[in-house]
Write a protein that binds this ligand. Structure first.
Ligand code: G3I
Length: 385
């Protein structure tokens, strides 16, 4: 593939052609349905993600959905440290260039996901040339180098940055990650200090985590944000990932967390919304190592990708109750981003069971809107916005 394949293809008039190609691959219905982000205008932004495979294929039919329904975009994987620099000598920047140029040309609010995450950070990051752990100062310097590179190369285009991902445990304690072991309990604070100093002034800085209804994590995050603000550090948003199940968490508990986070003055972002229709609990025994599971008839009941209408309905109602709650809490919320575009490529097809046919998003495997799409729209129309 030529260097920056997407940029060459997507430049000038070809971007319009790309939209046409994508739409013609799709059925006409994407033209006929209302735009999600327009429906939620005045409440919050609506985002989606670009996977690496989409970024490598400008003819992906998902682009028709992206351009019509989303006014914010996150990169699913290409900005993670391990994707960017799997080793110190390798720099994979082309997909990030494609992501930022594409999003900027569509006026979408772009998310830098993610600066510092214990997962997907390669071992070399923590080590010196002899393979020994870095000192605290050396690791902080390496983190600053990464943030500076991000700021210089893509800072102009990116509005929101997930500065730190998942550094707090459900009981409120700091995660004992390698970052934490080397730097100490102020790893997250130091990361925000670096981001505050290095990222452009227009950038909004977020802390991002999952299971945000856990009381320990919720309270620790509220305390952390207040502490950072009292120290003059920039922290503008709290990202609730939103990888939710059909029956968990309770929407009342989600709303309580949104209000708690909103009380800090930071805006809430639902950063990675999807619903795991197939779920986990029914087939996980206590001793099962979930990463070893592969699809079988028990845990993968709809392998042809078609749901019985009762299941489709249940899924749609769950999305509707979530969006009704989000709309009711909109004063605290700046953005709601879906983690993916369609069920076809959702990460939930491979987690926690490899090779399942799961159902997670508003568009099906043929890129058609599902009943859940209309339920979500319905939630928007029940407001005075
Ligand atoms: O692209 C390669 C492919 O070439 C290779 O053959 C295959 C073999 O395993 O792997 C493919 O890469 C996978 C990649 O997803 C693309 O599908 C990686 O193994 C896999 O680890 C990676 O998973 C991503 C995961 O983060 C870990 O980075 C998911 O796509 C992505 O949706 C997920 O997103 C995270 C957020 O960043 C943070 N919050 C949780 C969320 C879900 O885990």
């Amino acid at each position: 593939m030529p260097r920056n394949h997407f940029r060459q293809i997507a430049s000038t008039t070809t971007l319009a052609a790309l939209a046409l190609t994508a739409t013609s691959c799709n059925q006409a219905s994407n033209d006929e349905i209302p735009s999600l982000h327009e429906a939620f205008e005045g409440l919050f932004l609506i985002g989606g993600t670009l996977s690496n495979s989409m970024l490598q294929d400008p003819s992906d039919p998902g682009y028709a959905i992206v351009e019509k329904h989303f006014n914010s975009l996150s990169p699913e994987n290409c900005m993670k440290w391990g994707n960017m620099n799997p080793s110190p000598e390798v720099s994979n920047y082309d997909l990030i260039d494609s992501f930022t140029e594409y999003g900027a040309s569509n006026n979408q609010a772009l998310v830098g996901h993610t600066l510092f995450w214990h997962s997907q950070t390669p071992e070399w990051v923590y080590q010196d040339e002899a393979g020994k752990d870095l000192t605290r100062d050396a690791l902080l310097a390496r983190m600053r180098e990464r943030a500076t590179l991000m700021a210089e190369k893509w800072g102009d285009h990116i509005l929101y940055w997930d500065v730190v991902n998942e550094s707090i445990m459900s009981d409120g304690s700091w995660r004992q990650s390698k970052y934490q072991q080397i730097i100490g309990d102020d790893f997250t604070e130091q990361a925000f200090r670096i981001a505050s100093e290095v990222l452009p002034h227009h950038a909004k800085l977020l802390y991002n985590d999952y299971n945000m209804t856990d009381a320990g994590r919720r309270d620790a995050i509220v305390a952390m944000v207040k502490d950072f603000k009292s120290k003059g550090l920039r922290i503008d948003g709290i990202g609730m990932q939103g990888h939710w199940l059909m029956d968990y968490p309770d929407t009342e508990d989600i709303a309580a967390s949104i209000r708690a986070f909103g009380s800090t003055g930071a805006k809430v972002h639902i950063t990675e919304l999807d619903l795991d229709l197939l779920g986990r609990s029914s087939f996980f025994g206590a001793d099962v190592d979930i990463k070893r599971l592969t699809a079988n008839s028990e845990n993968n009941p709809f392998p042809d990708g078609v749901l019985p209408s009762s299941e489709e309905h249940r899924f749609a109602l769950r999305y509707e109750e979530i969006f009704q709650m989000l709309v009711a809490e909109a004063e605290h919320i700046e953005r709601v981003t879906f983690w993916g575009i369609s069920d076809k490529t959702s990460w939930l097809n491979n987690f926690p069971v490899r090779g399942r046919t799961n159902f997670a998003l508003l568009f099906d495997r043929q890129f058609q809107p599902k009943p859940a799409f209309y339920r979500v729209l319905n939630a928007a129309s029940k407001t005075d916005n």
